[in-house]
Design a protein around this ligand. Sequence first.
Ligand code: DGL
Length: 277
Amino acid sequence: MDNHPIGIFDSGYGGLTVLREVAALLPQYDYLYLGDNARSPYGTRSFQTVYEYTRECVFKLFDAGCPLVILACNTASAKALRTIQQKDLVKMDPKLRVLGVIRPTAEVIGTYSTTGKVGVLGTTGTVLSGSYPIEIGKTFPNVEVYQQACPMWVPLIENNEHQGPGADHFVKEYVEQLMEQAPGIDTILLGCTHYPLLEDKIQQYLPAQVRVLSQGTIVAESLKDYLHRHPEMEQLCSKNGTRRFLTTDDTTNFDEHASIFFGSELRSEHCSIPHVS
Ligand code: DGL
């Protein structure tokens, strides 16, 4: 069987919230998910480390036949995408592509705001990279972007503690810190693919008129548009409707947690990549 799935990569489980929406909108394609759970979270790691880890995972997905890889991880998109595109892809088969999640989100976020004040919640790495203010400014130069790093959220979510009282404490703290920066914020982007699991709690600590946006549907629409504009890539992607899941860590653990993110049960396979035992 012709097998050239679309690769979806994340440091752990978060990218499953993106795959879920992408596969719902574009069900005909094959998808291969890779979660680097053995080395997650990436959010507080250095540029060099995030680049090296992400590069290894992208190469793994290319080796598995993916012509197109989506970095369904803001941290990897912020810290590794450009270097992979400029240093690595130029030496490879020119048909291969890697796309991120920050630009497609930044290109639409301003349309949701009436006050022109947008908040971004993300990992420390994503916030410090400045990628969102830079990318949003290209499309919406008049939109003011306020950012808040939420370093405790990914560990809470990865450890399945996102519904407990510890989560309430840290959700309230970071949401309040963001809103204190500018009371007029009317749109908040969840700029980390793990955060949709906290969406209900986040909304609880916000005024009702503040809109909280997740990236899944935005990225799905953007991929649909990309494939429409790039028929040469669209033709390379195989269309048997399969979904496969790889994790660099324990599969039983992955399968137990992954359904919360993906919305249905799944069975993963273990994959080794260089430097991961
Ligand atoms: N899902 C990743 C993101 O969107 C999580 C980051 C992490 O591993 O800390 O940034």
